[in-house]
Ligand binder design. Sequence first.
Ligand SMILES: [Zn+2]
Length: 252
Amino acid sequence: MVERDVLVAACEHKLNAGRFKDFTLNGLQVEGRGRIQRVLTGVTACQALLDEAVAWEADAVIVHHGYFWKNEPVAVTGMKQRRIKTLLTHDINLLAYHLPLDAHPELGNNAQLAKRMGWQFERCLDAELGDGLLWQGRTEAQPLTALSERIARELKRVPLVIEAPGVGEIERIAWCTGGAQDMIIPAYEGGAQVFISGEISERTTHLAREMGIHYIAAGHHATERYGVQALGEWLAAELGIEHRFVDIDNPA
Ligand SMILES: [Zn+2]
């Protein structure tokens, strides 16, 4: 059992959350009870995840996608009201870490994806939102199909693959989890033969084919399951609290 402030400070310090210019608030978003024993983690603070937290009697929920995004309607009505009401009624804290949890060199989504896939990290390509978001590295030389099959196996989701003409065997790769399809341009400029992210836009296909870089959309949710899970495991070991990750399936 730890004080809520200890939990929040541990996350803040580990993730260096203050350094990011983000579209949302990183840290404690909804205040609940003061003492924490059970922490439930998930990708998004959707109603289904909150219902799991209530059923498990969690003291805190930590997610990658929380609330209060820039440009979202501010009124607490409808879906937003129901979610926040669930938290307040059950006195559950909500913590959210967005970009800090993509970029962290050990616990972040990019790092955890690379670990599962066996990709060798070489450097981060600076992006406008901050360092650590676009990763570049190497994999053993292989055809694109071998890479996409490995992704399907590891993430338990078949990726959408855009093959660019004339690239051949791949070795130099770049990746950014989530909805980072437009980073295909800096990935290409950085010398990658294939770029892996979560989502795809119509324009991404043309960018890939015409620049000459393969693109793999491996799923926004699927590529972002692992960071928050690693954070929860780290907190459990560091603070001696209970942690459980709940995967609310999302094909997107
Ligand atoms: Zn995301």
